[in-house]
Design a protein around this ligand. Structure first.
Ligand code: FEO
Length: 166
């Protein structure tokens, strides 16, 4: 069954968010690299790659359903943040916005009775729980310890290990 135009439109809007997140996280990776927080840089580099895979999942799905994925021109990301706290809080806000976008996709697919899209989106619903979890935890942790340079470098080291799967 052809993809309903409302579903195609909302999935294309979500594509923009996912490609945008790829760039935003690349910008954060650059910021943290320049600040010598190599662990946080590795983490955001990894998140950036993951966001691209999220976007490509949507591209592939739209193609599978005979629709037209519209690849956005992505804005240049911010690479300067006032602090690590600001960057992590921005990441959290980004994930919350992404979750809202996925829920909007889901609501649209349910409204037009498109079970295939509802099923496809289940992966994203679960993924967003994980995404908000790390974003929330990391933002809260950095808020707690940002006045301790030792604590920050210790946390940076730990996050770097997680990013490298160690
Ligand atoms: Fe694709 Fe981090 O949400």
């Amino acid at each position: 069954m052809a993809l309903h135009k409302d579903v195609e439109a909302v999935l294309n809007r979500q594509l923009v968010k996912e490609f945008d997140a790829e760039m935003v996280y690349l910008g954060m990776a650059i910021y943290f690299d320049k600040e010598l927080y190599k662990g946080f840089a590795a983490w955001f580099r990894k998140q950036s790659s993951e966001e691209r895979t999220h976007a490509m999942r949507l591209v592939d799905y739209i193609l599978d359903r005979g629709g037209n994925p519209i690849i956005p021109a992505v804005a240049a990301p911010k690479i300067d943040y006032g602090s690590a706290v600001e960057a992590f809080n921005a990441a959290l806000a980004h994930e919350q916005a992404n979750t809202a976008g996925i829920y909007e996709c889901l609501a649209t697919a349910q409204k037009v009775n498109d079970p295939a899209t509802v099923e496809m989106l289940q992966w994203f619903v679960k993924e967003q729980v994980e995404e908000e979890k790390w974003a929330e935890e990391y933002a809260r942790m950095v808020e707690k310890i940002h006045n301790s340079i030792g604590g920050m470098y210790q946390f940076d080291h730990r996050v770097g290990k997680v990013a490298r799967g160690e």
